[in-house]
Design a protein around this ligand. Structure first.
Ligand code: SAM
Length: 283
C-alpha cells in the first residue's frame, strides 16, 4: 500500500516534470521569495554544504549555489528522473560547478550521517509518502546543530493562485473528498502540523512562521491558463475527462475569475506559506 502511494506520487511528478522544465524560468521567478526565506531561516551562507530535498526543476538549489559560492556546495535530490534532468541541464547552462545531483526519494538518501551543514526543502515535504521517514533521513544527514528548513503552502483560501481555479473546476468535476494526510499541496496547511512532524522526527528548537508574499510574473491570463493546466497533475487529469466545449467553458470562467489579479505589468497574486525550521540535536 505504502509502495503503491509512493509509485503513484512519483508517476505524477515524472509526468509533470516536462512542464516544470518548460516553465522553469517562470517558476523560479514566481517562488523566488520562498528560496530567499529558506536561505534566511536555515542561516545559509558562503562555504556551507547544503542538501536540497525535492528540488524539482532546480529551486532552491540554483539560488543557493550562488550563495554558498565556490567554497561551498549544494546537493540537489529528487525522485523524478525528469526533474533531475531539468535541474541538471539548467545548472550546466549557467555553468554552475558546485551542485551535485542525485535521483532518489527523501526517505532513502545514500549519504553518510552528518554530511551536510544544512538541509532545505521547498514545497516538497507535502508529497513525501512517508513524512516521518523522510524528515528522519534528512536529520540523519545534517550535522548536529545544523538547521533543517521547509516551506509548505498555508491554507488554500489564502492562495488564490490555486483556489480560484479549483473552485471553478470543482463546479464542473466534483472533487473527491480530501484525505488530509495523503500527499497533496495543502497537506501541511494547518499551522503546527508540520512543526509537530519535525518534533516527532527528533528535530529540536522547531519554529514556524507565516510568510505572505506575492506570486508575480510578467504573463497574461492566457499564459496563466497554460501554466496552471500544465503544472498541476490534478488539473490535467480532470480536464482529460471533459469534452472540448466543457474545457472551453472552464477556461472562460477561470480567465474571468482571475482577471482582477492581472494588471498591465502582468500577474500578481497574494500568497501565503509556512516556513518551518528546526535543528538537529547535539548529543
Ligand atoms: C511542488 S514540486 C517542488 C519542486 C521545487 N522544490 C520547487 O519549489 O520549485 C514537488 C517536488 O517534490 C518531489 N517529490 C515527490 N516525492 C518526493 C519524495 N518522496 N522525496 C523527495 N521529493 C519528492 C517531486 O518530484 C517534485 O519535484
Amino acid at each position: 500500500m505504502a509502495n503503491d502511494i509512493a509509485n503513484e506520487v512519483l508517476a505524477a511528478w515524472e509526468t509533470s516534470s516536462q512542464y516544470w522544465n518548460k516553465h522553469q524560468a517562470l517558476i523560479e521567478m514566481m517562488y523566488a521569495p520562498l528560496s530567499r526565506a529558506l536561505i534566511e531561516d536555515a542561516h545559509i551562507g558562503s562555504g556551507q554544504t547544503v542538501l536540497d530535498v525535492g528540488g524539482g526543476s532546480g529551486e532552491p538549489s540554483l539560488t543557493i549555489a550562488s550563495v554558498v559560492g565556490g567554497s561551498g556546495s549544494v546537493t540537489y535530490t529528487d525522485p523524478a528522473a525528469g526533474m533531475v534532468k531539468a535541474a541538471r541541464d539548467e545548472a550546466r547552462r549557467r555553468g554552475l560547478q558546485n551542485i551535485h545531483f542525485h535521483q532518489g526519494p527523501a526517505e532513502q538518501l545514500p549519504f553518510s550521517d552528518n554530511s551536510f551543514d544544512v538541509a532545505v526543502s521547498r514545497l516538497s515535504v507535502m508529497f513525501f509518502p512517508d513524512v516521518l521517514a523522510g524528515v528522519r533521513e534528512i536529520l540523519r544527514l545534517v550535522k548536529p546543530g545544523g538547521h533543517v528548513s521547509f516551506v509548505v503552502w498555508a491554507a488554500r483560501d489564502l492562495n488564490p493562485f490555486f483556489s480560484v481555479v479549483t473552485t471553478v473546476l470543482d463546479r464542473f468535476v466534483p472533487a473527491d473528498k480530501d484525505d488530509e494526510d495523503a500527499p497533496a499541496a495543502f497537506r501541511f496547511a494547518t499551522p503546527g502540523k508540520l512543526a509537530k512532524a519535525l518534533q516527532q522526527a527528533g528535530a529540536v528548537q522547531v519554529t514556524e512562521r507565516e510568510l505572505a508574499f506575492t506570486i508575480e510574473a510578467p504573463i497574461n491570463v492566457e499564459r496563466f491558463w497554460e501554466l496552471r493546466t500544465e503544472m498541476s497533475d490534478t488539473f490535467r487529469n480532470k480536464l482529460k475527462k471533459l469534452v472540448p466545449d466543457q474545457v472551453a467553458a472552464i477556461r472562460y470562467t477561470v480567465q474571468k475569475a482571475v482577471a482582477g489579479y492581472f494588471k498591465t505589468g502582468g500577474m500578481c497574486f497574494p500568497a501565503n506559506v509556512l516556513v518551518v525550521t528546526g535543528k538537529k540535536a547535539r548529543n
